[in-house]
Design a protein around this ligand. Structure first.
Ligand SMILES: Nc1nc2c(c(=O)[nH]1)N[C@H]1C(S)=C(S)[C@@H](COP(=O)(O)OP(=O)(O)OC[C@H]3O[C@@H](n4cnc5c(N)ncnc54)[C@H](O)[C@@H]3O)O[C@H]1N2
Ligand code: MOO
Length: 401
């Protein structure tokens, strides 16, 4: 058996980042992977500006309280005032540029403004309520690194320094299909022995959440010719082919034989639970070989192997540099008395006290465990969990982005 780390490093070793990038309007770039680092062309904020609605003053004019100053100008955000004359104040609003000669802003709650004069009831210190030019970003500094998936705050940062378009990596094209004569779509009648194709919803949704272009080839019958045809069709315009089912030791499935006939295949047994069997290979496409990953059919095994192994593979192909998910060390508020010899990924939930509770039925077909849970406890082989032990928790929210 391969360890989880061995399987992951083999997968990552085989994942080469897509080279193609294009330019997108910054407004449309969230969710995409940045192809080149970005530097700020200007300071942010671009000018010293007020953090409050109030009065811009020279501290040297306010040596005692109260002090009365004439209000010589009014500076709303978006306009630039004139230099402050000694003995005067400027009415100023949040975000407006600080006039030359002023070195503090007194918030209006600490002032009284009557007929062209303001009484300052607070002794300001130089710099009060002034946001300095460049205090967030200095012109020329790197603001976004290559290989990061752009979140709304990232595109907002680029926009804040005037970057109108961003170079992004092309989306990964992933073809999926699902083998099994027993698979039906919701809406179809379910004869005895048939099941609904839950994994079609699972895998297309997971790939979509990672920003992939999904080519959904649907169900493929349990037949070698049909499976080979499906593989050839999938390889035509995809970077990765992903399937579920048919990777254990049974004889009914044709995925293994079909991939071997259309390319190369390695069958892995990974020391994790769920998700022990996994197929990894290549299928010959028109111009190049296309990666193939076959996930186990049990829906929770599919989910776990996708999140822990396929996700990093997909991210790396999409040019993402940090593929490991963040995880947290949290207190167990429950027990796991019969640990497995394999490393387990247990469906778990965070309770109101911040502790981790495990779903009672951890069967690999029990999809309700994944719906109930907020994430996975990554439990080492043979390690029993007692109440109060610290466990490693990986939230689904971290794995789905
Ligand atoms: N003798 C052995 N049997 C099994 C072993 C083993 O080592 N020796 N491993 C078990 C483990 S662990 C897993 S995981 C499964 C993997 O099975 P397969 O990948 O071959 O998948 P199938 O046999 O096709 O199906 C398994 C299970 O999942 C359901 N399924 C399949 N496709 C879908 C779908 N699209 N949507 C919803 N559910 C699906 C299917 O009905 C089966 O119940 O093998 C064990 N067996
Ligand atoms: O690996 Mo299987 O996923 O234990 O059920």
């Amino acid at each position: 058996m391969l360890s989880f780390d061995q399987a992951l490093s083999q997968l990552l070793g085989a994942a080469s980042a897509l080279a193609e990038a294009s330019s997108l309007p910054t407004l449309a770039a969230a969710g995409r992977v940045l192809a080149q680092a970005q530097r700020a062309p200007i300071d942010a904020p671009p000018l010293d500006n007020s953090a409050m609605d109030g009065y811009a003053v020279a501290v040297s004019d306010v040596c005692q309280v109260p002090t009365r100053l004439s209000v010589a100008q009014r500076i709303p955000a978006g306009s630039v005032g004139s230099p402050l004359q000694p003995g005067s104040a400027a009415r100023i609003f949040t975000g407006a540029a600080i006039p030359a000669g002023a070195d503090a802003v007194v918030m209006q709650e600490l002032c009284q403004h009557v007929a062209g004069e303001v009484t300052i009831n607070h002794l300001p210190e130089a710099g009060d309520h002034i946001r300095r030019a460049g205090s967030d970003i200095a012109a020329g500094s790197e603001i976004l690194a290559a290989g990061q998936r752009l979140r709304p705050q990232d595109t907002a940062l680029a926009a804040s320094v005037g970057i109108a378009s961003l170079p992004v990596v092309r989306r990964l094209r992933v073809a999926v299909f699902f083998t099994g004569d027993e698979l039906r779509m919701p809406g179809e009648a379910l004869q005895e022995g048939a099941i609904y194709n839950a994994n079609r919803f699972l895998l297309t949704g997971l790939l979509d959440a990672l920003g992939c272009e999904v080519r959904d080839h649907g169900q493929v019958p349990d037949d070698l010719v049909a499976t080979r045809q499906a593989l050839r069709a999938a390889a035509l315009d995809s970077d990765l082919i992903l399937t579920s089912g048919g990777v254990s030791v049974g004889e009914e499935d044709h995925v293994k034989a079909a991939v071997e006939a259309e390319g190369r295949l390695e069958m892995w047994k990974i020391a994790i639970k769920p998700g022990k069997p996994l197929a990894f290979g290549q299928v010959r496409g028109a111009q190049r070989e296309v990666a193939f990953i076959g996930l186990p059919g049990n829906p929770v095994s599919s989910l776990v192997t996708f999140l822990m192994l396929v996700r990093p593979f997909v991210l790396k192909m999409q040019g993402v540099r940090r593929t490991a998910p963040l995880s947290y060390c949290l207190r167990a508020d429950g027990e796991w008395a019969r640990p497995d010899a394999r490393r387990e990924f247990l469906r778990a939930r965070i309770n109101a006290a911040g502790g981790v509770e495990l779903f009672a039925n951890q069967g690999s077909g029990v999809l309700t465990s994944a719906v109930w849970g907020d994430g996975l406890v990554d439990n080492p082989p043979q390690q029993a969990i007692r109440r109060g032990d610290m466990v490693r928790f990986v939230p689904f929210s971290e794995l789905l982005s």
